[in-house]
Design a protein. Structure first.
Length: 272
């Protein structure tokens, strides 16, 4: 089954620059007792400006795949490229958002965002201007000086997202960023994430265990197999870029995608 999207039929989409390319990638680890293959023969191209969600069973190598793109892990075989350049070490032209916000407790929301600027030695005036723009974009206005313990979990993740976007990375990697949030907050941040992606044009790779989240946010959903992880199927989503949450959930195309992904992953797969 291949569910075609508007982007898949757009002739301009096929001419877009490739942001991320994985070609025959495998990752093997050696432990005291045995060798473990985390990923095998993974090949995937992601176009600039595309939103790709990755779903699969726990332990199938989804997070490992993001680490390869970030240059935090080297493949045992195969090739990983970011905007045409071979990934040979940690990359500075990406943003990374994790499941936990990992904010410094003694720094305000604004200063946690500006930590990125300090580490990258960005010009102060430019960094503060960009921080103000991101705070407004993510609905954090009025909470700039709040400490992390004064913020809800959802607000903390918004701060982490702002920090990741501060240097305007062409590629944003997101590893289960909303997994620890309550259902309502997660829905709200899904809506915000769709809007932010449309406004920034950033290429996004999202790892999630939520089938509904993947189908709502992505241009394409990559479904992985159990370990050793490889790509089972890539599904193009036939939905407009701007997506009303309730209306999207009610669309028959959405139901077809989520049911198909659930079938690929097995009866116990999460649809939350």
């Amino acid at each position: 089954m291949r569910i075609m999207s508007e982007s898949a039929t757009d002739p301009d989409a096929t001419e877009r620059e490739t942001a991320v390319s994985l070609d025959g990638v495998a990752v093997r680890f050696r432990s005291r007792k045995r060798d473990v293959t985390a990923l095998r023969e993974v090949s995937l191209d992601v176009a600039m400006g595309e939103f790709v969600a990755i779903v699969g069973p726990s332990g199938c190598g989804k997070s490992t795949l993001l680490k390869l793109v970030a240059g935090l892990l080297k493949p045992s075989s195969g090739d990983v490229r970011l905007r045409g350049d071979k990934v040979a070490g940690p990359r500075h032209d990406i943003g990374y958002v994790f499941q936990r916000a990992a904010l410094l407790e003694w720094r305000s929301a604004r200063k946690n965002i500006l930590l990125q600027a300090e580490m990258r030695k960005m010009p102060s005036a430019q960094a503060r201007k960009r921080t103000a723009e991101l705070i407004e974009m993510t609905g954090l206005t009025g909470f700039e000086d709040a400490l992390p313990h004064e913020l809800s979990g959802g607000m903390q993740q918004r701060v982490a997202l702002c920090r990741a976007l501060l240097h305007e990375p062409p590629v944003l990697l997101m590893d289960e960023p909303f997994g620890a949030l309550d259902a309502l907050t997660r829905e709200q941040l899904n809506v915000e994430m769709n809007r932010i992606w449309r406004e920034t044009g950033t290429t996004v790779l999202l790892v999630t265990h939520s089938i509904a989240e993947a189908a709502y946010l992505a241009d394409r959903v990559v479904v992985m197999t159990d370990r050793p992880g490889t790509i089972n199927e890539v599904i193009d989503i036939d939905l407009p870029a701007e997506r009303d949450y309730a209306a999207t959930m009610a669309r028959p195309e959405f139901a077809r995608v989520t049911n198909h992904v659930r079938g690929l992953l097995g009866a116990g797969a999460s649809a939350d």
